[in-house]
Design a binder for this molecule. Structure first.
Ligand code: AMP
Length: 198
């Protein structure tokens, strides 16, 4: 979507994983939460988003991925947006049944070198230990995609994040529900149509 619409994307999970990989202060602080499948504290994540939105790149618009995940984060985002005099155009809820999420996460493989993502079941050659076709790095299972951590993440979602549906749902034109079951290509087309940027 970022490529097709020409809008920069900021994914809090990607920013945090990069900090862990580079072993920065932020990375060391975040790692213990991420390993368990817990949320990184709101003030840490809000600091990252504040920085992203202040960047030159984000001046004309931005996509936030994996954020907000709590009501406190949504309130913080609202304050950041008010300060720059902008508002959100859309909030997209990707509706996927829980068993399908577990299936997708357990078959996800990521490259330890460049971060490229593969689905084991659509390409069985790309299992742990094989080489990334993009950069030659070794493919891995993401630490938090292990089944026991996936269960924690789903519980954390129900306890902290699901309430955002009600929060954003107060403005009926803002919240868009996307039936996100199907192939990557099908979901991508639905998303671009939904947002009118195909
Ligand atoms: P993701 O790649 O979006 O699945 O995020 C991976 C992990 O990073 C999550 O399980 C959290 O530990 C952490 N994380 C990412 N985004 C957030 C957020 N908005 N709030 C708190 N923790 C986050």
């Amino acid at each position: 979507m970022s490529e097709r619409c020409g809008i920069p994307k900021f994914a809090t999970g990607d920013i945090l994983r990069e900090a862990v990989r580079r072993d920065t202060g932020l990375g060391r602080e975040a790692q213990r939460f991420m390993e368990r499948g817990d949320l990184v504290p709101d003030e840490v994540v809000l600091g990252l988003v504040r920085e992203a939105l202040a960047s030159e790149e984000a001046r004309e618009g931005f996509i936030l991925d994996g954020f907000p995940r709590t009501i406190v984060q949504a309130e913080g985002l609202e304050a950041l947006l008010a300060a720059r005099g902008t508002a959100l155009d859309a909030v997209v809820f990707f509706a996927v049944p829980e068993e399908e999420l577990v299936r997708r996460l357990s078959s996800r493989r990521v490259c330890g070198g460049c971060g490229a993502v593969y689905a084991l079941e659509s390409d069985g050659r790309r299992d742990v230990g094989s080489d990334c076709p993009v950069c030659g790095g070794a493919l891995e299972l993401r630490d938090d995609d292990r089944p026991e951590t996936v269960r924690v993440r789903l519980r954390v979602y129900r306890e902290n994040t699901e309430a955002l549906l009600g929060w954003y749902g107060r403005d009926a034109s803002l919240l868009r529900r996307l039936d996100a079951v199907g192939t990557v290509e099908e979901v991508q087309e639905k998303l671009l149509n939904l947002l009118g940027c195909s």
